[in-house]
Design a protein around this ligand. Structure first.
Ligand SMILES: NC(=O)c1ccc[n+]([C@@H]2O[C@H](COP(=O)([O-])OP(=O)(O)OC[C@H]3O[C@@H](n4cnc5c(N)ncnc54)[C@H](O)[C@@H]3O)[C@@H](O)[C@H]2O)c1
Length: 252
């Protein structure tokens, strides 16, 4: 096993995803950037610059199982079977910058959030874990949220439910895959000053930052650093955990 992992990152063109892609490329990984937006993937490629052929983009919807077959096949054809999966794609619908109260959430919005935030990571693991089992090595990270710790206080009902459910997916797969050399962990990210946080006003983010013990919002680099740790080949004794990366805003 070498440090040259083949790493699949979903939601790769978003604020946090871009930071993760950058960090894994810096480590020497070959990276498959997955995003539903072709334009955003193009912007990511331009942002990242030269990669010596170690970055490909695949336009795919994480909620579509056939798209996952394509991600696996394109990754394998280009770099070999993926050994790292970062299930980072997620959505948190806002209406004029505000989350809906649970009683107002239409079923269509509930279904969309479940599809991307919960079904997506399940499908990703289901598609890529067999290759990792064959290799006898794998690292999987699921991007949860402090909303899973606080209940719905910071996240709408569907968001909190899916980010909490993701912790169940993490532990169940961690049990199933541990004997195959595969770790499965979650990151419960605090508010990070990227795309999703930018959907609410600066005032809201400033107020939130004032409640964080370290006194600021998180950065994509804060999360990327945690992803690097959990996906490091040397992290094989860490599995089934939820790593809180939140500046102290929730302590276990
Ligand atoms: N930003 C925060 O404050 C924060 C806090 C806690 C957790 N998170 C989680 O971190 C992850 C990334 O958040 P972000 O702030 O970078 O969000 P973002 O909105 O900037 O990026 C999300 C990316 O996911 C992509 N995407 C959306 N639906 C998709 C789908 N069906 N298939 C493939 N790609 C899809 C989008 O095109 C976008 O590039 C999410 O799971 C989010 O829930 C974010």
């Amino acid at each position: 096993m070498t440090a040259a992992e083949v790493s699949v990152v979903t939601g790769a063109s978003g604020g946090i995803g871009t930071g993760i892609v950058r960090a894994l490329l810096e480590r020497g990984d070959r990276v498959v950037a997955v995003d539903i937006s072709a334009d955003a993937l193009e912007r990511l490629r331009a942002d990242i610059g030269k990669t010596e052929g170690r970055l490909i983009g695949v336009v795919a919807d994480v909620a579509d199982e056939r798209d996952w077959d394509r991600v696996r096949d394109e990754a394998s054809a280009e770099f070999g079977a993926p050994t790292v999966l970062v299930n980072n794609a997620g959505i948190s619908p806002k209406h004029d910058g505000r989350k809906l109260q649970g009683v107002d959430i239409p079923l269509v919005e509930w279904d969309a959030v479940v599809a991307v935030n919960l079904t997506g990571p399940f499908l990703g693991i289901r598609a890529l874990a067999p290759g990792m089992i064959e290799a006898g090595h794998g690292r999987i990270v699921n991007m949860s949220s402090v909303a899973a710790r606080y209940g719905g206080r910071l996240g709408a009902v569907h968001y909190a439910a899916t980010k909490t459910g993701l912790l169940g997916i993490t532990r169940a797969f961690a049990h199933e895959l541990a004997s195959s050399g595969i770790t499965v962990n979650a990151i419960a990210a605090g508010r990070i000053g990227t795309g999703m946080a930018a959907m609410v006003s600066d005032d809201v983010n400033r107020d939130y930052a004032s409640t964080v013990p370290v006194g600021r919002l998180g950065t994509a680099e804060d999360i990327a650093h945690a992803v690097r740790y959990l996906t490091d080949p040397a992290s094989g004794f860490v599995t089934g955990i939820t790593l809180d990366v939140n500046g102290g805003s929730h302590m276990q």
